[in-house]
Ligand binder design. Sequence first.
Ligand code: F6R
Length: 242
Amino acid sequence: ISLVVAPDANAAAAIVADRFASLITANPQAVLGLATGGTPVQTYQQLVQKVQQGQLSFQSVQSFNLDEYVGLKGDHPQSYRSFMNENLFHQVDINLDRTHVPDGAAADLADQCQSYEAMIREAGGIDLQLLGIGLNGHIAFNEPGSAADSRTRLVDLTANTIQANARFFDTIDEVPKQAVTMGIGTIMESKGIVLLATGEGKSHAVERMIQGPVDVELPASILQQHPSLTVVTDPAAASQIQ
Ligand code: F6R
């Protein structure tokens, strides 16, 4: 693991944005793996700025998002498709047809999961996957106990995750209880992974991810076995690391 502790959250986002920008510059047809949530918002803002300043183009990239809530159509304001459109896709020159987010409203979710895996394979795999980390160490919506070789599938969210995500909804009852998520096995096949974690709240999960044993009860710890993992944090998220 390569650990980079940036001076603050904005600097951490800049490091991640630069990593994606260099990849896209070197390979305009790169396949990006993207995440939602609070953590990557600044990274996306910095990528948008680079595009607006004419330093970067998403014209030929493809993207695959990690996950989507079950039951929310893409145009639902809290869907991860809407999040991506607002925070990145509608602000850059990406071809929306080349952006992929699982369809949580698909009639046949098992089929949706299989075709998502097939699309990633057909794209040649993910070149660089952006990850956040849950308070319980989840990556994407692979909650504690998820198998290291799990693939894209339908999962139940834990009470802890539903609670953490309630901040994006009017009431906790509106938070979906299930999601479609890439599996840990899917994520581990990415050629490179960059995990961004900021804030004190993440410090215990970050410490266990980096210094703890590889344990399915802390799904992010499985990333220790990835050949190209960079963890980027602010000082608060790194504060429990000895
Ligand atoms: C998002 C995702 C989740 C988040 C994690 C942290 O696509 O897959 O695993 O990365 O829940 O969320 P935030 O960044 O909101 O703390």
